[in-house]
Design a protein around this ligand. Structure first.
Ligand SMILES: Cc1ncc(COP(=O)(O)O)c(C=O)c1O
Length: 472
């Protein structure tokens, strides 16, 4: 006798399926015993025949019962030593979604983009066109190096906007810098052991190379970029640099130093990894051409991303490998597939081909320049001579140095958070010691001009108050 809850949430056939399955598993229904016919079940349970039919079909598909032509359904012979007898499951712990991140009224995180700027309408139309045109391709794995159309469009874009000279076959589409660096680290592991990184600098390359068992040598940076003397004196054979907009200090490496760095790489199979992550966003003067363009046949791996101008959530980036690395790359990764969605790649290719990308870049430059200017104006107004701005004129952040005896970063970040302000710790970029001067990394991408002004006013008050309270 089966008991069904006609008012329950679970479909009747599912309830019946579970009860029969439990009896089969527990041995209460012996092997090869006959089950009631669908018609008898329907009469007994006062349900439609679909209920019994649905339950039997599912049980038969999973092998609990079998059917014999014109005889009905029978219980399968199960090995009760190996079948799970514990059909009564312990109540499942309800897994909870992760806690939402705290919502700050003023978010100065340097990787935030303008929340309203994603070109959703154009992206949607490109996406739908790709779906219509390329549905056959979506039944296959794509090329390891990425969609050819996107690589061709990128080659042209990089050449005219960044002076990068390469062929599409040298471009690899990746899912962010982390993946590009991982691929490169595996590729170079056999012949290289130690990587020079900028200090302060982006923390991610340190983590990726360390996880790939490379030695890391932090090299101090100055307005001229990575310290070339220290680099030459080190045993590093790879240098990771951000020459067009150093992260976090915003320095632009002068051309003389670029040429010296290229010469360093030219002596004895060394390599430069050029991370050109946000060079579309330069607000005054001409964009700084890439290092790669100075020596296209040099040992330079060029990396770029769509995360700063379009969206970091798309996870769409690229790298340009020097020709001598291509054969090794193809060999090492011959069994790999591209990890970037082909649909997103094709959409991006179309977005570029239809001219949306260039227009979007121009629009973003205007939007972020306004935010940048609002940030400078607010800092000057509220901090005045208490602070010095470093790295203005490009990108999505500036560095605010608070010279003199100011409170430390930890205290400022904690107090700011209590007042609804999110700050990314500048010390996170320091590979060795914390900076001698308290420094704040202030992103402006995620807020509008008014919020930037209010946030800076509040931050200025907070740092001033901490100073007063600590008697400084
Ligand atoms: C220096 C630098 N390079 C690269 C990236 C990000 O690249 P992606 O989003 O493509 O991983 C960032 C992100 O903040 C960055 O600061």
């Amino acid at each position: 006798m089966f008991i069904l809850d006609h008012n329950g949430q679970e479909p009747l056939y599912k309830q019946l399926y579970k009860q029969i399955r439990a009896r089969v598993l527990s041995g209460k229904m012996p092997a090869h015993s006959k089950l009631p016919s669908v018609r008898d079940l329907a009469a007994e349970l006062a349900t439609s025949r679909n209920t019994g039919d649905g339950a039997y079909q599912e049980l038969a598909a999973e092998g609990y019962i079998y059917s014999r032509e014109r005889s009905g359904y029978f219980v399968s012979a199960l090995d009760h030593h190996t079948t799970p007898l514990a059909v009564k499951h312990a109540p499942r712990k309800q897994s909870r979604p992760p806690e939402p991140l705290p919502a700050y009224q003023y978010d100065f995180h340097p990787a935030r983009l303008d929340p309203a700027s994603f070109p959703a309408a154009q992206w949607r139309s490109c996406f739908l066109e790709c779906l219509r045109e390329s549905s056959r391709e979506f039944s296959q794995y794509g090329d390891l190096s990425g969609d050819w159309g996107l690589r061709s469009n990128l080659q042209q874009y990089l050449e005219h906007s960044r002076g990068v000279i390469c062929e599409p076959e040298q471009i690899i589409i990746c899912a962010g810098l982390q993946q590009s660096l991982d691929l490169v680290a595996h590729l170079l592991r056999a012949e290289h052991a130690t990587v020079a990184v900028e200090d302060p600098g982006y923390h991610l390359p340190r983590a990726v190379f360390r996880n790939n068992l490379f030695g890391i040598v932090p090299i101090a940076i100055g307005p001229g970029g990575i310290g070339l003397e220290a680099l030459r004196a080190s045993d590093c054979t790879i240098a990771y640099v951000t020459p067009s907009h150093q992260l976090p200090m915003g320095y632009v490496m002068p051309v003389a130093n670029r040429l010296n760095l290229i010469d360093w790489a030219g002596t004895g199979d060394k390599l430069i990894i050029e991370d050109d992550y946000d060079s579309e966003l330069r607000y005054h003067g001409k964009p700084i051409p890439s290092l790669q363009g100075l020596r296209p046949d040099g040992n330079i791996i060029y990396m770029g991303t769509f995360s700063k101008v379009l969206s970091p959530a798309l996870r769409l980036s690229y790298m340009v490998l020097p020709r001598p690395l291509l054969a090794g790359f193809r060999m090492l990764y011959r069994d790999y597939f591209s990890t970037v969605s082909l649909l997103e790649q094709k959409t991006m290719a179309k977005f570029m081909a239809q001219g949306y990308w260039e227009r979007h870049v121009r629009r973003m430059r205007i939007i972020y320049q306004k935010k940048h200017d609002a940030m400078l104006e607010a800092i000057n107004r509220h901090f005045g001579s208490r602070a010095e701005i470093v790295g203005q004129g490009a990108g999505l952040h500036v560095v605010l140095q608070l010279p003199g005896e100011t409170p430390g970063e930890t205290e400022i970040i904690r107090t700011a958070a209590e007042h609804g302000i999110n700050l990314f710790p500048f010390s996170g970029t320091c590979a060795t010691a914390a900076p001698a001067t308290t420094s704040l990394l202030l992103g402006f991408g995620g807020m509008d001009a008014a919020e930037i002004g209010q946030g800076i006013a509040k931050l200025s008050k907070i740092t001033g108050n901490i100073q007063c309270n600590t008697g400084q």
